[in-house]
Design a protein around this ligand. Structure first.
Ligand code: SAH
Length: 230
C-alpha cells in the first residue's frame, strides 16, 4: 500500500515536471522566434519574457495557445496582449531597478508581472472589478509582492503614488490623459496606443525632460478601448 502511494506520488510529480518543462520550452521558443528575432534586444526584457509563466495568465481553455503569436481573450470582452507587444512596450519603457511604474489596464496581470521583474514597484489599475480581483489573487499566488493592483478608472492615474518613472497604458484612446502626463516623473517615459480606439492606433512614447514633454510616434497597433467610469 505504502509502495503504491509512493509510486503514485512520484508519477504525479513527474507529470507535473514534464508539464513545466513543456511550458518552459514553449516560452523559450516564443522569445527566440517572436521577440528576439523581431528586434527586441534589451536583455532584462528578454529574460523576464523567458521567466514569467504566461500560461498561468490565460483562461484554462487557452493554455495550449498561451505561447502563440497573438492576443488571447481573458473574458469580459478583454484580451491579454500579444507577447511581442508586451515585450516591445516593456523595452520602450526603459525598465530598471529603482524605478516605479504605473500600468493602466491590468487585464490578466501579465504585463504587470513582466515589468515587476525589472523595476522596484508596479502600481496597476483595472476598470473591470472581476479582472482586478482575479489578477490580484493570481499575482499574489505567483509571489509578486512588488505589484499593487487596484480597481478603478485609470484615466486619472494614481496621484497618491505619483510621480512615476514609467507609465504604460495598455488600452487605447484618441488622446493621452492629462493626469497621466502630470504624474510622469522627470526623465520618465509614458507608452500608450493613441488613435481611433475602434480600429488602429499608433504606439506613442512621451518623455519628460526639465518639465518639457516630447513625443515619439512608433508602430501601428490594435488595443481594446480605454473605458471611462460614469
Ligand atoms: N495589460 C493586460 C492587457 C490589457 S487589455 C495584460 O497584460 O493582460 C486592456 C485592459 O484595460 C482591460 O482589462 C480593460 O478592462 C482595462 N481598462 C480599460 N479602460 C480602463 C480604465 N479606464 N482604467 C483601467 N483599466 C481599464
Amino acid at each position: 500500500m505504502k509502495l503504491l502511494v509512493v509510486i503514485l506520488i512520484s508519477l504525479y510529480g513527474s507529470i507535473l515536471f514534464q508539464e513545466r518543462d513543456r511550458h518552459t520550452r514553449a516560452r523559450n521558443q516564443m522569445v527566440d522566434s517572436q521577440i528576439a528575432a523581431r528586434g527586441i534586444t534589451h536583455q532584462g526584457t528578454l529574460q523576464a519574457m523567458r521567466k514569467v509563466p504566461r500560461h498561468i495568465f490565460v483562461p484554462p481553455s487557452s493554455v495550449s495557445e498561451a505561447y502563440s503569436d497573438r492576443p488571447l481573450p481573458i473574458g469580459y470582452n478583454q484580451t491579454i496582449s500579444q507577447p511581442f507587444i508586451v515585450a516591445y512596450m516593456t523595452e520602450l519603457s526603459r525598465p530598471a531597478r529603482g524605478k516605479k511604474a504605473l500600468e493602466i489596464g491590468t487585464g490578466s496581470g501579465y504585463q504587470a508581472a513582466v515589468l515587476a521583474e525589472l523595476v522596484d514597484t508596479v502600481y496597476t489599475i483595472e476598470i473591470v472589478p472581476e479582472l482586478a480581483r482575479e489578477s490580484a489573487a493570481r499575482l499574489k499566488i505567483l509571489g509578486y509582492g512588488n505589484i499593487v493592483v487596484r480597481y478603478g478608472d485609470g484615466y486619472k492615474g494614481w496621484p497618491e503614488h505619483a510621480p512615476f518613472d514609467i507609465i504604460l497604458v495598455t488600452a487605447a484612446a484618441d488622446h493621452i490623459p492629462q493626469p497621466l502626463k502630470d504624474q510622469l516623473a522627470e526623465g520618465g517615459r509614458l507608452v500608450m496606443p493613441v488613435g481611433d480606439p475602434a480600429t488602429v492606433q499608433q504606439l506613442i512614447v512621451l518623455t519628460k525632460r526639465k518639465g518639457e514633454i516630447t513625443e515619439q510616434r512608433l508602430e501601428p497597433v490594435r488595443f481594446v478601448p480605454l473605458k471611462r467610469l460614469k
